[in-house]
Structures are given as C-alpha cells and as structure tokens.
Ligand binder design. Structure first.
Ligand code: MN
Length: 665
C-alpha cells in the first residue's frame, strides 16, 4: 500500500495547475493540499461565499426588516464607533435608503462608553423607534437590551464579537454563537452586516423561497443536490432518471438545473435549465487550470452547483450593484478590524479591493483619488484605515461617520481635508507618547506591560498599545487615566500569536465593558478594579506561552530566485493579512555589494542576485552596521514586496534578520 506523502500531494497539484514547483510548495505551506482548495484559493470568486441563511435567526431578522418596510416603521441603528462599526453603519443605511425605510442612527461619541447604554436606548425611544439594530456590537449588552425589550422594542444584534455565556434577549446574527451553523467564524462586524444586507435583498428576489434541484451524471448514477436559499440542504445519488421524478414531487415547483444528464428532458419539468447553455457565458476558464475545472471538484454535482450559484449571482441587477458599491467598504472594515485573511474574508477582501475602481460610494471615490496608489491590503491598512480612524481618536467620530455617509462629492472632499489635518496632528502626539512610554518600567517580569496615564487621550489607547506591542513584542495594556473619573477606558494588544483576549476574558466580571479579538481588545473598567485585575493577570500570564518566533521562516530559497516572475507568483497569494502573512524566506550566502545608512537608523542594502536587488532593514542600523562593514557573506531572513516607483515595479526585500553565513567545510 502506498501512503500519500507531501510530495505526492505536490504532484497532484502540479498535474492540475500551471504553477511552478515553488508555488505548489507555498500552497502546501498554507495548508492548501487538495485541487479543490487550490482552485478556490487561486480563484476567490464571490459565488463561493456562504449563504447568509446559514446564520441562526437570519430568517427572523429579515422578517423584522420586511415588516418595517411594509408598516413604515422607523429603525434605530446603534453601531460601534470604529471603522468596522462605521462601515457597517454605511452598508445598512445604504440598504435602508434603497428600501425607503426611515432610520435614526447612533454611535458612541465623546466620553460615552463602549457599547449600548440606557441613555442611548431612551434616546431611541424618544425618537419613536420600536426596532433597534446593533452593528459590530451588542452581543454582550445583555442588561441594556433587556431594558429596550421592557420598553417594547424589537432588537436585532448583528455582531461578530465573542458572546459571553448568557445571551441578550434579541434576534442575534453572529457567526461566533456556539450554536451557529455558519461555516466561517471570523467575519468582521461589517462582514456580518454585509451578510444581513444580502439576506434582505435576496428575500425580495423572485425565486427566493423556491427549491432548486441540481442534477449531474456520474458514471452509472445521477447525483443530485437540493438547494434552498443558497444552502445545499439535501444531496444524494439515484440510479435512474425516474427516481428524480420522486424528488420533483417532493419539492413542488422546484427549479431543475441539469448538467450532463442525457435523458433529463423526459422529466418534462416546467422550470428546467440546461447548465451547459450557460457555461460559455459564465466562462469558467482559469489560466492556471490544466484541463477541466470540473475535475477539481469533489463530485460533478458540486461543480454544477457552483455554476448554479454563479448563474444566480448574475440574476439581480440591484444585488450586483449593491455588492459593487459596498464590497470595498467590507474590505476596509475587515482589514481595519484585523480579521484573519482566510476563507470567506479572503473572498470578500479580494473582490472588495477589485471593486474599488467601480464603486459609486462617494467617500471611497474621494479617498481613492486622494491616496492615488494601487489598492491592496497595505494601502487599506496603512493609508485608509489610519485616516478613517483618526477623528474617533479625538472624540470626533461624527467627522468619520459623516464622511462615510456623505453622498455629495464636494462635501466629502471637504470632510476628507479636515480628516487629513487631524491625522497630521495625531501622528505627532502618538510619536511623542510612544517614545515616552516605551521606556517606562513594566510590571511582572516582562510578561505584561501596563501603562495608565492621564496624558493618554481616550481615543489613542489602542494605537499606542499597538505601537508598544510592536516594539516590545509582549502583551500591553494601555489606559487613559482621568483623575476624577470612576470608570476609565483602555486597550490591550498582544503579539506572537498570544491570545491575550482569552486570558483577560476570564476576569470579565472586573470590567464594565470588554470586547475584542485574540490580539486586540478595548475595555472600560472601574478604577478600583485595576489593581485586582493586574494581580490576577500577573499570576495567569504564562511566559512560555508568549515566546517570540522572530527567527522562524517559511521557506528557504537561493537569492537568485528573487525575480520579477517571483513577484507575479507571490501575487497569487494576495490578499495577505492576519493569519496569512507574507512568506518569510531564508537565503544563505548572499553577497551584499553596497549598503547605506538612512537617517542614522535604517539600512538599505544592494544585493547581487540574478538581478540586482534592493533590501531595507528598518530601525536596525545599530544592530547590523558592524557586520555590514566587513562585507562578509550573510544569511538573510526577509519578505518580498512589490516596490512601485515611477510606474515601475521591482522586488524589494524587507529584512527581518541578517546573520553572518556559516562557512561550510
Ligand atoms: Mn469589529
């Protein structure tokens, strides 16, 4: 018997795809080890997204909205004030405008605490709201939601935060519910909002509640898949076409899609389509696939079902327009919220980036023009997010929200100018605070760095914690102290895959509010509880679970392999992000022909490869200058970036580590 080894798997990939041996290795490194997974990875098509109706209670939520449309009820929206929350707000209000539903929206402003509050609910009540939707928040606001329910309001929680043990008395759409059937847990808040909006739009399409039967032939049998609201609910195989008749009887007025079953015409079914009539139009060809795409799917009926989803996607112009306009915002919110760039997030983000050129969303058009760079995860993460985040950090969330919700481009341009000015100010303040606090002594044997100061504004705790975690490579808590305040706000950040949030969540009871993800969270806490929390954390945080892994690399290759072609190959793996970082390569015995120290702190290297390569080692002049002076052969750990300069694109190595090569005997 032969067992499958990784080289067998690699051969299988190479036999199905026009890819290099290196690309096959890199796919395997990211756990992509079947032809089907490789196909969906290399071709992240929107038709591969999961149906919104896999979410628990999506039906009820859609029902409440449709009821509001019919009875002209006014809807109250509460969104979180970060980019994920505000992009969520933009999506939902855009949809409600399309549906001509009135709404009143709210997000935390000024000194308000994270999450929904009783005064905000009273405010909704005063504005004649009897249905509240919380976006990117709400799943832990149990008491507040109970209060709203007591006032007779419907509440829909549309959130992606980790629920606590008890759930609020609401209709909850959240893939992280322990009972959730949704196949992917890591959507951003705006990802969940997007799903909710799509579900509402789909509910207005003609065949929304119609069953679809897909049949395909496979050797001696006919395979079938029964689909309802985008979910494959039943599948199986039969030996003759007459058995399909039984299915048709069972699912009355179903639509029948046939792929390749020769005598299906005998079924004489009213609503019948031959998928092959659409195949050219869908043009499911992919330059990287050798042979037939069908062979990449587990079964022919899976392939046929994918084609049916593709056909359905083309059906509604309104839905396509909504996706085209709004998906770039989903990409922005997902990246800004640091969600892992895997699975469905990869599909949403890569298509969202592609739609940046097509969107009619006013703010996005204005910001794209202002940034004027190629759109990718770096541009969104390093240029767009910081801009949109800035107003909130100064307690001016309204400025960012107004910008995102603005529908006139002249007005959006003015708002963006204001944001740009504020961003300059923000950069100066952060820089001085980070350099000040990176020297302050830490508590607890370097396990945890805690900073609590009245010099740190509320809105900057997150960004300062982020910078400090980058510099110190350890978990960091940053709090904004206020001498006369009873409750203060703060943020936690960690690095090196350490799940700081879970450690902190154990002390949930000590916090007023606590919300976030593995590496990043925000909180508010009574001052008197801080010493208790720190004492507990110090006992819990385990040094060994937080070790750095900076010396790790993904793949070793000769420096000669770094070419323009390699850049093209690495592009196949975009978009990168959390959970799917750019590959770290190791090249041994590299010759550095020249080096420059820039601004006294960065090193720029010129390396002889098959082409002349440039490399940057940021903030490490002191560390490397003695070794570089000797011009000895070195081993390099680095990632590769496409450097855009004057319209020309060339590889740029971003150095993670340089060490003197060991001479082989
Ligand atoms: Mn979020």
């Amino acid at each position: 018997m032969c067992t499958s080894s990784s080289s067998d798997v690699k051969d299988v990939l190479l036999s199905h795809f026009n890819i290099s041996s290196l690309t096959a290795d890199l796919l395997l490194l990211r756990g992509i080890n079947t032809p089907y997974n490789a196909y969906t990875f290399l071709n992240p098509d929107l038709s591969l997204c999961y149906s919104p109706f896999y979410m628990n209670q999506m039906d009820e939520a859609v029902g409440i909205i449709k009821n509001a449309v019919t009875h002209k009820r006014k809807i109250g929206i509460f969104a979180d004030s970060d980019i994920d929350g505000l992009t969520s707000l933009t999506l939902l209000t855009h949809l409600l405008d399309l549906l001509k539903v009135q709404y009143y929206y709210r997000y935390p402003v000024g000194d308000e605490l994270y999450g929904m509050t009783i005064p905000i609910i009273d405010e909704f009540k005063k504005n004649n709201i009897d249905c509240i939707i919380t976006l990117d928040s709400g799943v832990r606001d149990i008491d507040e939601i109970a209060y709203a329910r007591n006032l007779g309001m419907d509440v829909i929680v549309c959130d992606h935060h980790e629920p606590s043990e008890n759930l609020p008395d609401a209709v909850i759409i959240n893939p992280k519910l322990s009972t959730s059937q949704y196949p992917f847990k890591e959507l951003a808040g705006v990802g969940v909002t997007y799903k909710f909006c799509l579900a509402i739009l789909l509910s207005y399409t003609k065949y929304f509640d119609t069953y679809i039967i897909v049949i395909a032939s496979s050797q001696n049998s006919i395979l079938y898949n029964i689909i309802h609201r985008g979910r494959a609910i039943v599948h199986g195989s039969v030996s003759s076409i007459h058995e399909i008749k039984q299915l048709i009887k069972q699912y009355t007025s179903a639509i029948l899609f046939n792929y390749d079953v020769p005598d299906a015409i005998v079924l004489n079914h009213k609503v019948y389509y031959n998928i092959k009539d659409f195949v050219n139009e869908l043009s499911p060809i992919h330059e990287l696939v050798k042979g037939c795409i069908k062979d990449l799917f587990p079964t022919p009926v899976d392939y046929a079902t994918m084609l049916v989803f593709k056909i359905q996607y083309q059906q509604s112009k309104k839905i396509l327009q909504f996706i085209q306009d709004m998906l770039p915002l989903v990409a922005v919110g997902t990246i800004a919220d640091m969600m892992p760039m895997i699975d469905e997030n990869r599909i949403l983000v890569s298509n969202g980036i592609a739609y940046f050129d097509k969107t009619n969303h006013c703010g996005l058009k204005v910001i794209r023009e202002y940034i004027s760079k190629t759109m990718n995860t770096d541009t969104i993460g390093w240029d767009i997010s910081p801009l949109l985040n800035t107003p909130g950090r100064f307690g001016k969330t309204k400025l960012a929200a107004d910008f995102l919700l603005e529908k006139k481009s002249s007005k959006a341009q003015k708002l963006l100018q204001e944001i740009v000015e504020l961003n300059k100010e923000r950069k100066n303040i952060v820089q001085s605070l980070v350099s000040k606090f990176s020297d302050v002594n830490s508590i607890g044997d370097n396990t945890l760095r805690v900073i609590c100061s009245d010099e740190i504004p509320d809105g900057l705790t997150g960004i300062i914690a982020n910078r400090l975690a980058d510099q110190l490579l350890q978990p960091v808590l940053v709090m904004s102290d206020k001498p006369d305040a009873e409750i203060i706000k703060g943020s936690g950040r960690s690095r090196n895959n350490f799940d700081f949030f879970t450690s902190v969540s154990r002390y949930d009871h000590l916090f007023e509010k606590l919300g976030g993800h593995n590496h990043a969270f925000g909180f508010s806490i009574k001052k008197e509880n801080i010493p208790i929390l720190l004492k507990e954390l110090n006992q819990t945080l385990n040094c060994s679970s937080m070790e750095c892994d900076i010396q790790k690399y993904d793949y070793e290759l000769p420096i000669d392999y770094i070419t323009f072609e390699l850049l093209e190959e690495l592009k196949l793996f975009e978009p990168y992000g959390i959970g799917h970082k750019p590959f770290v390569f190791l090249s041994r015995n590299c010759k550095i022909s020249q080096y420059f120290i820039i601004n006294g702190k960065h090193c720029k290297l010129i390396i002889n490869g098959s082409i002349t390569l440039e490399a940057m080692a940021w903030n490490s002049a002191d560390k490397y200058k003695h070794m570089l002076k000797q011009y000895v052969p070195v081993d390099l750990l680095y990632t590769v970036k496409a450097n855009e300069y004057n319209g020309l694109i060339s590889p740029l190595l971003i150095i993670e580590n340089i060490s003197q090569s060991q001479v082989l005997k």
